[in-house]
Design a protein. Sequence first.
Length: 202
Amino acid sequence: MAAKKVDVSILIPSYNEEKYIGACLASIRRQNFSGTYEIILGDGHSKDNTVKIAKDYHCRVVNESWGTPSGGRYAAARVAKGRIFAITSADVEIADGWLQSIVKTFDSDKNIAWAVGSVSPQNGNWMEKLGALVLNFIASVFNGIGLAYVNADNLVCRASAYRKAGEFNPKLVTSEDTDLGMRLMRTGRFAYIHRAKVLISM
């Protein structure tokens, strides 16, 4: 029997995230999405209940040994089966319509190789919300003109583009999202998906 096709692989790095991971995964499971998806945690050998909570939400958990968020994303991507990779973080919550907006965008134009969605603060004050609007605008413009401005809380790419770009560098301690974004630019067209929103903790 042929394996079931997966539309989206959701990749999340984790290390001792029991305070946040339940809300993150619950927000994903609430998505009204007609396609198929999998959730994979690249976990850095958490010492709390992160892995137990993830398994309660029927996520796949793989271990990473680099001790970096990039290592977690790299490890998760190595086993992912989806045609689209949606990369986010353990301490965010996913807004309604996230998955549907991602797939609709990529299916509308086969030349789109990668994208970023919008971010908004959870329970933020007006200054934090204004700051997020500015950052979203910068991301939509800069990436479109070849200047990488990427937030790994809400980064999306085709699996084929990810592999062509050379994957995450698991040894990077910071800026792994910008590093990958610079390489993704060479694989195809960029899209900004405003309706694919994640809510970030401040």
